[in-house]
Structures are given as C-alpha cells and as structure tokens.
Design a binder for this molecule. Sequence first.
Ligand code: ADP
Ligand code: TRP
Length: 322
Amino acid sequence: MARVLSGIQPSGSLHIGNYFGMMKQMIKLQNSSELFCFIVNYHAMTSLHDGDELKKNTIEAAIDFLALGLDPDKSIFWIQSDVPEVTELSWILSCHTSLGLLERSHSYKDKIARGLIPNTGLFIYPVLMAADILLYDANIVPVGKDQKQHIEITRDIAGSFNNTYGDIFVMPEGEISEETAVIPGIDGQKMSKSYGNTINIFDDEKTLKKKVMKIVTDSTPIEDPKDPDKCNLFSIYKFFAADSMLSDMKERYLKGGTGYGQVKNELLDLLIEYFKPYRENRKQFENDHGEVRAILKKGADKARSVASITLKRVKEAVGINY
Ligand code: ADP
Ligand code: TRP
C-alpha cells in the first residue's frame, strides 16, 4: 500500500483553497492508502512570531482536519514539532543541499517580492519540508500546484544523498490534481493565508457573506453576456456546484441577464450548505480539546516510531553514530 504524506501550515485559519487543494484529497486517501498527515508548526514559524497565535492556530488546524473527516484510526495524524527527529534530519540534509538549489525557490523569491523580511528559516524552508517527507519514507505527496517546486527540491536532495551514501531515502512523487491546482482568492490572486484574500472554511455566516460579496469581478452590466472562463467568481462557484448546476450557470453567464450579485448570493448558499455537516462536527471537537490532544499525542507516537528508524539509518550512513 502506498504511503501518502502531506502537511499544512498553521499560519492562519484554513481556507477553501487549502480544502480543495489538499485537505479533501488527503481525507479521501485515508481509505485507500497509508496516510500520514500533519500540522507543520515549525514551517509556520518562518512567518509567524506570536507564540499564542501559533499555539492557537495549531490546535485549530488540527480541529479543522478532524471536523472535515480525517479519521485518526485510519491515519497517522500529528503535530510536526512533536517529532523532534525532523529538525535533526533537517540539519543533516542542509549540509547536503546546495545554496543554488534554494536560491532558485519561487516561493522564497515570491515572499521577498511581497515585502516579507526573510529569516534564515524561510530560506531553508524547503530543506525542512524535504526532511518531513523523507523521514517517513513517503511515496506520494498530494499538494497544490504552488508546492510543486518544493517536491522537486526534495527529490533533488534525496537523489544526491542516495548517490553519496547508497539507497537511504525513498524517492517521493508529488501528486497535483490539475482541476484543483490553484483556487483563486477573493481578489483573483491565488488564495493564501499570507495574502489576506481567503474564504475560511469555518468562518461564521456573517463573515462568509462579507467575503463572498467582496469577490472581485469585472463590471459587465447585468444584461450583457459574461465569460465564465475569465470570471474569478465562477472559478470559485465551480467547486461547490453539482454538474447540472454548473452547466446551467455557464449558460446563464453566456446568455446575459444574471448579475454578479445574484451569482454571489447563490454561491453563498452553496458554501454554507456544503460545510454545514462539518460545522456540526467541529463543535464537538471545540468542546473537547483534551480529546484532540490525546489524538495528536497518539499520532506523534506512531510517527516517531517510523521517524526513529529512518534517522538511525541516516546517521549510520553519514557517520554521526559512534
Ligand atoms: P497558504 O498559502 O494559505 O499558506 P499553505 O501553504 O499552508 O497555504 O498550503 C497548504 C496546502 O494547501 C498546500 O498543499 C497548498 O498547495 C494548498 N493550497 C493552498 N492554497 C491553495 C490554493 N489557493 N489553491 C490550491 N491549493 C492551495
Ligand atoms: N510547504 C507546504 C505548504 O506550505 C507545507 C508542508 C510542509 C508540506 N511540509 C510538508 C507539504 C511535507 C507536504 C509534505 O503547503
């Protein structure tokens, strides 16, 4: 059975881009693969320097996953920092990663271009991600398109390490679903916690309404035909509508007579309906943080038992065991 692994940063509330880009696939895969799923709080620390906030986001992200259907009996679910072996492996890998490889990282360059003052952690972020993946001998890593290069970097690091020391690491493959590759935010750019353009999965109805109404569209008048393929609002609507509704909406766009305000109202109804059952589940976990912590602890113990075997193999290869 293939081992599938992926992680998510608790750098803010989880949004529908995270859900359709990664979480939904992961939750589905728990039925057909050996699933490793974790909250990468060390990664979030590259951009979040508020201890209380990081702590809160970490537990909230775990609750989101559980509420959305991640089953801890069918998967290994934990918090990255509860397996300290990952930082040890990250150091070892960083000594086998060329500077040039990291300098070519789009994600790093993009964050700097947006004005983020980079710390060293942000620069070596892909090395820690490689450690996350290689430590658990993952075969498949489902992620959104924005993470494609990070997977390539992981493969580069694993390849050159294996060339030097023999077959130490399993070579992982990225799995990027094309139709959900990039979900736009309310401003039309990629939806991202760091761009302030998200629709969060568990926002209350009032906030959801505010965000949906803010989705940027062009100013084509109500009566004129509109191009669904160029419409940000339609791109989001697509994820929530059943096939028949979608083709109907497409027709209404092309025919004219439907205003964006109307589409937004319909989207809002669909959105609320879509996450309704999960909202109910979430209440249960919100009221029982003790249970959530117990689940995470159990997951960390299982993850650690896998991690320690890989780390031992690596340390023996590089000569750190004595
Ligand atoms: P963010 O950009 O909001 O901080 P993360 O980097 O934590 O999101 O991403 C977590 C997962 O969700 C990754 O697999 C990522 O590819 C996916 N993801 C994030 N935003 C989107 C999006 N707008 N469309 C598709 N997938 C996304
Ligand atoms: N960099 C990923 C993101 O921002 C999160 C991540 C960290 C990850 N470690 C990972 C994803 C390991 C997959 C596997 O989305």
